[in-house]
Design a protein around this ligand. Sequence first.
Ligand SMILES: [Zn+2]
Length: 361
Amino acid sequence: MIKFFDNKLFRYLSVFLFLNSSILPVKSSSALAAWAINTNGVLELRTKSNTNLKAYFQKANQISGDRFWVDFPGELKNPRTIKGNGPIKEIRLGKPDKGKTRLVIEFKAETYLKPLTWQMVGLDKNRWRIKLFNPKYSFKKIGEGLVEKKRRNNKANQNLIHKKKNNYGYLKLPEVKRNKFEVVIDPGHGGPDPGAIGIGGIRETDVVLEVSKIVKKLLSEKGVTVRLTRTNDVDLDLPPRVSIANNTDADIFVSIHANASRGKRRDINGLETFYYRGWKGRLLAKRIQKQVLRVSPGSPDRGVKQGRFYVIKNTRMPAVLVEIGFLTGRLDARRLEKITHRKRLAYAIAKGILEYLDKVG
Ligand SMILES: [Zn+2]
């Protein structure tokens, strides 16, 4: 610990994070009332009013990964460990000393944290927030208790939910004949082949797998049978992807990828969709390209093109390969990092597919 006190980072953080000054009596119960790490990487805390918090950060060492912890006055009753997900290995709640509570967030190795930008913000006399990381792929919320005070005005709340729903009205999906169509969705890469690696280490394999899974869910809800060529981060060669499609007599095959530019140029962004042959393939590509562009304003339209990619060349049904943006491009990467944008892209791809099936099927 002495070494740690010499650490510049610690001094910096300590300036920011030593908050308030009233101290609770040692014997009282824990001042930590509720906590949550949200899907956007923000840690929220609810404490007793006017609590004195202390927060610390320590770089990974041989024993543990990067750790962020907060000490609260008052003794914790039940020390416990909660399993993390995404970049978080685990969360531990403990009592480092008598009369104290410590909330430790331990990160997995190779997370790209930027503790120098961290800032604990007091929202209220009993609520705090700090942005710890930017989720690179889907992160499931972890927490205990209610961080937010219950809202008294339920009506206002309902209105809010209603408005949110309306915002997605333009993404309404068309209906098709149920139980008639079969679609193969191919999330590019996987396993030892992560595909493109973009800004901040964002990986194509993760992005396209998540988008593909949402596409599957959306199409399934419309009565379309969907097969994914892979459902997790596994190594899958190109020929088996093709035979999955050819052996199932699928109506269409859609391979989902994300781009990288040579030299990782940040000024190159845009979307493009490839087909190999036939008016059906071209039509499917056009429908998908139109929809993905709609949810990616400002990102260039690189067009619908003929391409000789193995998976679209060797599949027997109309087949396309869509590139949903450049992971190396400043504009696209910033968006592709976000779960909301991945969902929008999935909606767009599903919409293009349903429009095509409705027209041609
Ligand atoms: Zn790819």
